[in-house]
Design a protein around this ligand. Structure first.
Ligand code: C2E
Ligand code: CA
Ligand code: CA
Length: 708
């Protein structure tokens, strides 16, 4: 049986049979474009009977793609347009008998026959292929979780928007949006819940944006909206407010009603804007919004730009500082609460800035973490600390069992080489592994519990100890705790602060008691941080806390001061340094960030019969020390990095209104000094004048106050 019919064509043959069974439609066309031959599949695909097709123009099945091509079609359709593409595949539109159309992949080839050159076309329905491609394209350009455009598409839309706005004389406005506290949801309710929240946020944004606005997922919990046609910052502000309002109503996830807040940063196009700069600026504004207390809109302005520049400058400065070894390590003693012995020290980093003076870790560690600089910086700190303490141990056999605690940040913990870096430093400095304790904050461990547990085990295999820092401030998960090879928990300062008998904070007391119990149940010890008062010390001791550190003993000191303090404390057993003062001697607290000047003052005051009860390089430390030591005189530098003297002054006076505070400031800072005097400073001393003059001045002040 032969299904193959041809108008005056060749007789049925084997090749015809093959043609007939081919899975694709096949159409043979003569030089005029008339159909000479079709197979069975052609009938199936196009819904015609073969008889309806033979001798008819091929344009019936494959209409000319466009008007221009139409002209060539009529007579010369097949040979002229197709011969050029013979051997190639083209995509045309197929038209069925019922008038419906479909995309068709058409491969063409030339067939030499006795009756002349014919063109054969293999036609395949491309609907599936196109659908697959479209899906792939969609996938490549959209976020899988929310279905929103992803960064790739965002960049493209942003570029297009910028092109249009330049022509239209309007401005593109980029909103950077961050979901507040998503981590809390992830930690507390699991990642699936977090994903649902993100989807709900995406839906809400989709419903809030208007025609001409694109909303995209930037990554993580960050979304970006691109809006065109904004004329000024006021309109941009309104746009931001609209987004914040959209989140007034809570979202419902798994039957739970959650309040989702967003922080919004906005950048508005200016002459120099690029897509990249707008995203960066909006991001910077978003951070500012978060800093200001979340659920806010902040528009990027010159100030923010300056702040962003400063960040860049700081990053560069930090790199230089690392090269120049401007980072130094200070040591805070850790004592055993039962016998007041100093059993360890915590290494705390400082940046000795050539211009700005001593900078606290709170101001540079976060940036170092963000930029990744923390990895080399952390290694440098660990190396310095190990080599310092190894030297102490060498010189003083009584310090042979002193434990050195060093802080480790998230980025460091999750670097692959951490174990070998630590091992190498231990070998290099000949520091006994068993005397090293690495402190890792709780929140860091929980961010990626599995990876953390693994990293900790790697470290532990070196024989070192692990402490969980700031315990209680994160979302403490006892289940995780069990899986971490941890030796001790550090009770965060904020809980310790609530242990004073004066401000009976039962909540804090219960938390501290709970932490200590949990630690003991897991065979861990506890270290209390930020102990400033005798009451706190007594409460901790009563609750069974083993170790403690804080201004009650001493703030962090440089290497040589620390070692002499520890040796001295060892010989005083049970007393704290500040308590060992000659009866009747006046107590002075020196608050000055310039270490050399501080040392000079110490010598002067000591020569003069004063007891220097403490030294601080920052206002915050000064407050704690004032509370503990109740000094008669405080020498307070007004210009210090971190908490300055002017801020600390009222708090110091609140601790002890009887102590005299002499403020020091530069000659050209008279206005600040005036403010300090108005705030209750007892005296004012110009820095740069002979420090020896300070003493008679202080004497007179004390005499005057005694006479009152
Ligand atoms: P942390 O590990 O919780 O360190 C304790 C902080 O509390 C230190 O602040 C210390 O000076 C301060 N402190 C100690 N005793 C008292 C007290 O009695 N009262 C009060 N109010 N404060 C006290 P510091 O040195 O400014 O360090 C702040 C944080 O910076 C550290 O918190 C730690 O998280 C981080 N950090 C410091 N050095 C490094 C480091 O080398 N590497 C890493 N990754 N982080 C570091
Ligand atoms: Ca710590
Ligand atoms: Ca801590």
């Amino acid at each position: 049986m032969s299904d193959l019919d041809a108008v005056g064509g060749p007789a049925p043959s084997t090749s015809d049979a093959l043609l007939e069974s081919a899975p694709d439609a096949m159409v043979v066309v003569d030089p005029r474009g008339d159909i000479q031959l079709v197979n069975r599949q052609t009938e199936v695909l196009f819904g015609y009977d073969r008889e309806q097709l033979l001798g008819r123009p091929v344009s019936l099945l494959l209409p000319p793609p466009d008007v221009t091509a139409d002209r060539t079609f009529g007579v010369e359709y097949a040979p002229l347009t197709w011969s050029r593409t013979v051997g190639a595949a083209v995509e045309l539109c197929g038209r069925r008998q019922d008038g419906t159309e479909f995309p068709a992949d058409v491969s063409l080839s030339q067939v030499d026959t006795p009756s002349g050159i014919l063109v054969s076309a293999v036609v395949r329905d491309a609907t599936q292929r196109k659908r697959g491609e479209a899906a792939m394209l969609h996938q490549a350009l959209h976020d899988a979780l929310t279905g929103l455009p992803n960064r790739v598409l965002l960049d493209d839309r942003l570029a297009q928007a910028l092109g249009r706005s330049r022509r239209a004389g309007t401005r593109v406005c980029v909103l950077f949006l961050d979901v507040d506290h998503l981590k809390v949801i992830n930690d507390g309710r699991g990642h699936t819940a977090g994903d649902r929240v993100l989807r709900a946020v995406a839906d809400r944004l989709r419903n809030t944006v208007r025609q001409g606005e694109t909303v995209a997922r930037f990554g993580g919990d960050e979304f970006v909206i691109v809006s065109e046609g904004v004329r000024d910052a006021l309109q941009a502000q309104a746009l931001g407010a609209r987004i914040i309002e959209a989140f007034d109503a809570a979202v419902v996830v798994d039957g739970a009603t959650l309040k989702v807040g967003v922080s919004v940063g906005i950048a508005v196009e200016d002459e120099t804007a690029t897509g990249e700069s707008l995203l960066r600026d909006a991001d910077a504004a978003m951070y500012r919004a978060k800093d200001q207390g979340r659920e806010r809109v902040v528009i990027f302005d010159a100030g923010l730009r300056a702040a962003a520049m400063e960040r860049l400058a700081n990053e560069a400065a930090m790199r230089t500082a690392l090269e120049n070894s401007d980072f130094i390590v200070m040591y805070q003693p850790i004592v055993d609460l039962t016998d007041a012995r100093v059993v360890g020290v915590e290494a705390l980093a400082r940046w000795q800035h050539p211009v700005k003076g001593m900078i606290d870790p709170g101001s540079f560690i976060p940036l170092a973490e963000e930029t990744g600089l923390i990895v080399p910086l952390g290694a440098a700190i660990l190396r310095t600390a190990c080599s310092d303490v190894a030297a102490w141990k060498q010189a003083h056999p009584e310090l042979s069992s002193l434990v050195l605690s060093v802080n480790l940040s998230a980025r460091q913990l999750l670097t692959m080489e951490l174990r070998s870096v630590v091992q190498q430093i231990l070998e290099e400095t000949r520091f006994p592994a068993g005397d090293l304790c690495l402190e890792i904050t709780e929140s860091v461990l929980l961010e990626d519990a599995t990876a953390s547990a693994w990293a900790l085990r790697e470290l532990k295999s070196l024989g070192i100890k692990i402490a969980v820092d700031d315990f209680g401030t994160g979302y403490s998960s006892l289940t995780y705790l069990k899986t971490f090879p941890v030796d001790s928990l550090k009770i965060d300062r904020s809980f310790v602060a609530g242990l004073d008998a004066s401000d009976v904070n039962r909540g804090d007391r219960a938390i501290v008691a709970g932490i200590i119990d949990v630690a003991h149940a897991f065979g861990m010890t506890t270290v209390a941080e930020g102990v400033e008062t005798y009451d706190q010390r007594a409460a901790l001791k009563a609750l069974g806390c083993e170790l403690a550190q804080g201004y009650l003993w001493h703030a962090a000191m440089n290497s040589s001061t620390a070692v002499s303090w520890i040796l001295q404390a060892g010989s005083m057993q049970g007393e704290t340094a500040g308590e060992a003062s000659a009866p009747g001697a006046k107590k002075v607290l020196l608050v000055e960030d310039d270490g050399r000047l501080r040392q000079l003052l110490r010598f002067l005051f000591e020569d003069h019969g004063f007891v220097v009860v403490g030294e601080a390089s920052d206002g915050r430390e000064a407050i704690g020390m004032a509370r503990h030591f109740r000094p008669d005189v405080v020498i307070l530098d007004l210009a210090m990095p971190g908490v300055g003297g002017l801020e600390a002054l009222p708090l110091i006076l609140a601790v002890d209104p009887l102590s005299k505070v002499v403020v020091m400031s530069a000659l050209d800072a008279g206005e600040v000094a005036d403010r300090a005097m108005a705030a209750g400073a007892g005296g004012y001393f110009v820095k740069g004048s002979d420090p020896a003059l300070l003493l008679p001045y202080v004497d007179r002040l004390l005499e005057a106050s005694a006479a009152n």
